[in-house]
Write a protein that binds this ligand. Sequence first.
Ligand code: FAD
Length: 454
Amino acid sequence: MTIIDPARDLGDLRALCGGAVALPSDDGYDAARQAFNLAVDQRPAAVAYPCNAQEVAAVVRFARERGLRVAPQATGHNAGPLGGLEHTILLKTSGMHGVTIDPERRIARAEAGVLWEDVVDAAAPHGLLALHGSAPDVGVVGYSLGGGMGWLARSHGFQTNNLTAIELVTADATLVRTDRENDPELFWALRGGGGNFGIVTAVEFKLFPIAEIYAGFMMWDWTEAERVLTAWSRWAVDAPDEVTTSFRIMQLPPLPELPEIIRGRRLVMIDGAVQGDEAEAILAPLRALEPELDTFAMVPAPSLVRLHQDPEEPMPFTSDSALVEELPPAAIEALVELAGPGSDSPLLMVELRQVGGALGRVTPGHGALAKLDAQFVLFMGGLAIDADVEAAILGHAARLKDALEPWSGAGQYLNFAEHAVDTSASYGAFTYRRLQAVKARVDPGNVIHANHAL
Ligand SMILES: Cc1cc2nc3c(=O)[nH]c(=O)nc-3n(C[C@H](O)[C@H](O)[C@H](O)COP(=O)(O)OP(=O)(O)OC[C@H]3O[C@@H](n4cnc5c(N)ncnc54)[C@H](O)[C@@H]3O)c2cc1C
């Protein structure tokens, strides 16, 4: 077993990493090893905070020489599948936070530790918007390597297929810049194959000229769940690519900081965004369902990053996810029975993201995640405040997945998979073998440890 001997090695690693290193013997170790998901108990051999690509390379070299692995982490939003990290250096990327915008080319460059809100703020003065997701504090790199679907996804596809260049330190501590011309096979693998191929130090990606957008949410009491889900799911499969929405059944806690209209309530919510001039017409069938509250209107595009009101403080959570190919009446009935009134469900949130549009089509030059063969992505979870509650949440989620099994697809959308899964099921057999071949070429010793290993 290889361990880091503080007396022998600490000075070395600190010198490589601008001084920012925490070992298990350090006072700061517990704070350093914490992930956004507080239910995850990661105990790495060391936590390192490199500030640039050269320091990343030095940490990788240091780890290799001692038979350790390296796991990059920006926020720990998807730390669950990594495991305990015993013989692993956790490489936190928060020290690399530069964002630059090229307004002429409509390209952003984000270093490894950049969060989506940073990009939104930098792009907004130029009237530009990125393909961010529903949470402002998710890391750009992790989200982008895993796919990345946000409020423009049905018109512009996955964020990963809008990357134009990726810079990374590979397992042999070499700094590589890859794009369509330079090692296109590696560029293909990184886009959807996740963090398996190296420590990404920066990504470049497309921005879109959107300063304002029609967006908001509609809300009903959860007693309306079956009626609203039936109508929304039928509408969703035929809706034009200009609209992307999400349907949620939510059980909100009675927290004083929540607005009174939602505090402690059980609700159905549809939120989303519509591009173009036809927004009112596109949303008319949903408005006909007479929501209790309807906030859809033209809004400044940067506000989209908080439309979903995802939690921004670290918290213990657990979840499960599935691809849903279709939602006939029997599926809707099963879902509402297990997540709606009378279900005694411990799930605070059961969400269906509207897929299709550009997410369901193969576009030229795509990466390893070309498309999703599903009409909806299911995501459900709750607060894992202790082991019993966590088991209840996961047990109920498993029952819901079982009930939807006749209409579910193979594999998962890996960005939403917060436990270790069989990744081969999420790629076709050919794509999986191609990904493994790239991994074997750039990291034959399996030094780089990703959340969704191949
Ligand atoms: C509240 C919430 C909202 C979300 N909303 C959306 C959404 O709208 N759409 C969507 O598609 N997804 C969404 N996600 C999922 C999110 O995209 C994934 O959890 C993603 O992996 C988070 O990336 P991160 O860097 O923040 O997390 P981390 O846990 O830090 O990283 C996850 C993995 O990404 C890889 N990685 C991170 N940084 C690097 C690097 N520098 N080099 C190489 N690999 C790296 C590693 O394999 C790492 O294990 C959401 C998740 C949460 C918790």
